[in-house]
Design a protein around this ligand. Sequence first.
Ligand code: G3H
Length: 542
Amino acid sequence: MSTRIDSPGPIFARPDEIPEAVRLAYYDQGARYLIGGEVHTWSGPCQEVLSPVCVLENDGASQHRLGHYPLMTATESIQALESACQAYDRGCGEWPTMSVADRIRHVESFIPRMEAVRDEVVRLLMWEIGKTLPDAAKEFDRTVVYIRDTIQALKELDRTSSRFAVEEGFVAQVRRSPLGVVLSMGPYNYPLNETFTTLIPALIMGNTVIFKPPKYGVLLHAPLLQAFAESFPPGVVNTVYGEGPVVIAPLMESGRIDVLAFIGSARVASILKHQHPRPNRLRCVLGLEAKNAAVVLSHADIDLAVKECVLGATSYNGQRCTAIKIIFVHRSIASSFCERFVTEIGRLKVGMPWEEGVHITPLPEAGKTEWLTKLVSDAKSGGAEVINRGGGTVDHTLFYPAVLYPAKPDMQICKVEQFGPVTPIVQYDNDDEVIAWLNQSPFGQQLALFGTDARELSRLIDPAVNQVCRVNINSQCQRGPDKFPFTGRKDSAEGTLSVSDALRVFSIRSLVAAKATEVNEGIISEIVSGRHSRFLSTDFIF
Ligand code: G3H
């Protein structure tokens, strides 16, 4: 059952009203984990997984029970660590010393195994985090494309590394080498894609990996465990499940994690970093909070700005790090913008993630609707109003998008990352107000500028590019295309991810150099022609 935002109505279905094609029987395969190249079945305590989607029973609506996953202890966590360390073997293991061509073959063999479980993963993704069916499918397919693009990017990187450099009387070969054991932790909003955008580059560069799925979006990884086990040597990929303080703290405190790839909150990232006893050894790749603003300038094409801002603020219920989380509109067009924005928001379809054309779906995080309600009340007490009909209505796990106007920069909703469907609109008179907001913001990921006047746009582009890492003109903020650099300043990120940047982030340049004497050149030639070394080699990957 679906409804529109401006006319809230019953949306949750009875079990027999759910189309058979999208139903999900209780998933009893979740209590498995991968350590040492084997998929084990867990017999200890488990965490029950509830869907954000409620189903109607005689006693009312309640969150659908989906399955369960292991609540591991520090013992299994250390087993995973031992397994990863053993496979890496201080850089002498089979995987880190394998030729690039062979590592690529292993990753290639993983792709058809992953594709074979597409439907199961997509269905779990939809039920576990409430992502619409087309978006869940898109997340899966985008991830497969990302893996293929990563392979291509590594081939290109390796081609440039397979020649010798001659400089100032030295001859050298420079290659990228792995860093060690990587701990990879993705976020709940892209539990597959964002985990894999660190896991795959880390693997293909020769590191061994322990990955922990996010709090929501765990079961969907279970169908992939066998694919990992069959595609990689034992210990190269390991999984841990459970409470962060129980299973992650021992890993970080051991000092044996070489790279932390974490997408989540700055608070948790900081805790994890501080747990590591040798911070200088730890590399971090972090994707953290963002508060991307849209700025609608006085000469903007209002219809275009409205269309992009609605998408930017409400896709996957605003639960994207790149979502538009605050809108500044020039006072001269503010009322016209708000009117059209509210009309478009009102047309969005609210309902179950499998329904055609649905846009707004239930939220997975416990306590989320209460937190959003609090932000709305705080803004109201500061003088803003919910200007869209039905905005802010709560139905169990569902929150009807609320548009707050006129919002003021000092309101809570303008300062925090709401990560949900509440959009504050602030009116402004001159660019300095927007620049001042950007400068004081603790976040620095992206900005979206809407305007048609080149000079007017330029006045904001130049100060903005030194506060954020991507300025979008007349389009919403977004991560893609995945070949573009994706990063942030201040508390929004550490390190840069893109298909090619990720390969660099999970590796370091090592070189073998020698004075270019006749003897040394003879030795190097013999090593290369005799294929005595995998590092010193001119093999070319096609
Ligand atoms: O949540 C953050 C994602 O990386 C955003 O990706 O802009 O493609 O939705 P997206």
